[in-house]
Design a protein around this ligand. Sequence first.
Ligand SMILES: Cc1cc2nc3c(=O)[nH]c(=O)nc-3n(C[C@H](O)[C@H](O)[C@H](O)COP(=O)(O)O)c2cc1C
Ligand SMILES: [Fe+2]
Ligand SMILES: [Fe+2]
Length: 408
Amino acid sequence: MNITTVAEGIYQLSVNVENILFEGLWEIPNGVSLNSYIIKGEKTAIVDGVCGWDGVPESLFALLDKMDINPESIEYLIVNHMEPDHSGWIENFKKINSNFKVVSTAKAAELLDGFYGHTDNIIMVKDDDTLDLGNGRVLTFKEIPNVHWPDTMATFDTLTGTLFSCDAFGAFGSVTDGNYDDLLKEEEIDFYENEAVRYYSNIVGAFSLQVKKAIEKCSQLPIKIIAPGHGIVWRKNPNKILEDYERYASYSKGPAKEEITIIWGSMYGMTEKAVRYVEKVLKEEGIKVNVHQVPEDSWGTVLASVWNSTGIILAMPTYEYKMFPPVAAVLEEIGKKKVLNRKVFRFGSYGWSGGAQKELDEIVTRLRMNWEFLEPVEFKGSASEEELELIGERAKDLVKEVRNAVNK
Ligand SMILES: Cc1cc2nc3c(=O)[nH]c(=O)nc-3n(C[C@H](O)[C@H](O)[C@H](O)COP(=O)(O)O)c2cc1C
Ligand SMILES: [Fe+2]
Ligand SMILES: [Fe+2]
């Protein structure tokens, strides 16, 4: 990607990363961008850094070269967040510039020592501290702890009203040179909205309370532009991503959208037969349904759907006196990401003893998910006509519950 101009004296340098699992775990079918920003006053600062995933910063140096910026002239490295997707380049940067100052929170400074043994020339900042770059350019800082690590802060350029929000207000999805909301078509904005839900649910969903606090804090600033660490830059309508994030944060406690997500697994097709029947019933009910088979669909994909859904259907057989393991595994992760207060229906096949339901109850209780369950339907082997009908009726009851909760 090339360097682009965000606003007067502010430049964006980004690289896209594809074909990896983000955080070693999350599938990113459409990639992710790592965004870095250069801020020029009399002095130059760089906010977060761009490098390949392996930490090799050739991409950064090539981009700086194109801009005619000598890396040695960069006086401040603003580390909004120490997670290596933003800070992994510092070690290499030190090889070519030994004369810079790091600007970060005290917590990030501690992590900088822990991760890279870096302890020199650190300016620790707290809420509302300022940094004067000269030529009228003054930066201020806002701590936004736990969005996404305890060290995170946002940097605000008072001259242009640009908020460098790091992981807050970010999205998955690779970007192009035109990654500004004022240059994107409506369908492209929609694409990034889906990518934002995937990113939110996978990366920051567990910290929704802190996200809300961050939104409140940042909203006190006269924001004109939001330039996050991942995803697109909001210049025309920064309020959209603030409002979207507010909405995503509220989905943690529910209700979310008028949607149902079916998460199912099946060994020999007994449970699957009932899933197919339920899909038909839900289609007739005219509600939006997301269907995910596990382990075929990744955790990240399931989480993105579940985040948006007020209703959940779990369909799995009993396996060694417990739940079919891939459903149990994704359910644990859903619980840890704080997908709370959902309306839920579960059905599934068993052979002789059952046991899936017991484990399901245990997980939901232990993770305090506060899910409201309709009476489950379990069937021996293949579901009979009557059992299928009963499952269909319960699915319709779930639709009613979902609609009631959303339209309350
Ligand atoms: C490896 C394995 C373990 C199983 N463990 C149990 C069990 O502990 N209790 C039980 O009632 N049925 C058990 N079953 C039987 C399945 O629950 C039963 O075959 C069911 O119909 C499978 O549904 P499915 O075709 O949707 O996977 C087990 C089956 C397999 C293959
Ligand atoms: Fe992060
Ligand atoms: Fe990040």
